[in-house]
Design a protein around this ligand. Structure first.
Ligand code: FES
Length: 112
């Protein structure tokens, strides 16, 4: 579910009432600590002292992580090669996680 508030913030996680801006700010704080770390939704939520409940928002959080990380590095003195390599690794990492998650859901659906 996505809702846009009057302040232009989009509600991303309805379980925890977390907006896109909350997530972006947390990602930037994490990148300020280590700009080359791989960030996953659980790490973002842990930093916000929240946790995934239904985790239905995680695919949107992954999109925000990729977009925010790309913008973060584009505005800093990283080389194009460094950014390209890192973004390739980040997207590949999230794609593998997404596939593993789908597989897990498929297996648990068959088992039920
Ligand atoms: S919508 Fe985010 S944990 Fe449920």
């Amino acid at each position: 579910m996505r809702c846009v508030s009057r302040a232009g913030r989009m509600l991303v996680c309805s379980c925890n009432f977390i907006t896109d801006k909350d997530i972006e700010e947390t990602i930037i704080e994490l990148l300020d600590e280590d700009c080359w770390q791989l960030i996953v939704p659980a790490k973002v939520y842990h930093a916000m002292q929240k946790r995934g409940r239904c985790c239905g928002c995680f695919p949107n959080v992954v999109d925000i992580i990729i977009r925010t990380t790309e913008q973060y590095h584009a505005s800093r003195p990283s080389t194009d090669d460094q950014i390209f390599d890192f973004m390739t690794r980040l997207k590949q990492f999230h794609e593998e996680n997404r596939r593993a998650d789908l597989e897990r859901r498929h297996k648990s659906h068959r088992a039920a």
